[in-house]
Design a protein around this ligand. Sequence first.
Ligand SMILES: Cc1cc2nc3c(=O)[nH]c(=O)nc-3n(C[C@H](O)[C@H](O)[C@H](O)COP(=O)(O)O)c2cc1C
Length: 155
Amino acid sequence: MDAGVLRAAFARFPSGVTALSALVDGEPTGMAVSAFLSVSLAPPLIAVSVQRSSRTWPELRRSGGIGVSVLAAGHGGLSRQLSGAAAGRFTGVDWAGAASGAVRIEGAAAWFDCVLDQELPAGDHVIALLAVRHVEYRQDVPPLVFHGSAFRQLV
Ligand SMILES: Cc1cc2nc3c(=O)[nH]c(=O)nc-3n(C[C@H](O)[C@H](O)[C@H](O)COP(=O)(O)O)c2cc1C
């Protein structure tokens, strides 16, 4: 199967974009992730799919808390920044750290403070099941939409 065709077919599915972020050795650390799934209400669980080659995920997974911020319509540039050079990912970013170690991106449409529950090997990715310990959301903040490798808005 042609990987480029498969990637393009996957990109036909519109999604939001999240920022997985936590304090690691006191520094905000994170990555943009569009592969997010709301899994369970009771108990509250979400899942994300992370590339096996990720250098950031092994750092995040050892934090006591992992923040999952649902990025807002104006966060397209931020999501590119959160997938670029690791050293500058939080430069100029308005963020807040929770006691758990989870980091919240200010202005996000929703925020989940999570703890890693399970990891499932999935080809060249790992599916991480995250237990949600705290949640906040803003009804008035439109989300960022990722479709066909471009950022879009709902309205
Ligand atoms: C819009 C967008 C969506 C992304 N979605 C994912 C994703 O679902 N899973 C993933 O592992 N990486 C995703 N990435 C790439 C990561 O943010 C990051 O670039 C990658 O993990 C390599 O950096 P790292 O080695 O620091 O993890 C996405 C990047 C962008 C810009």
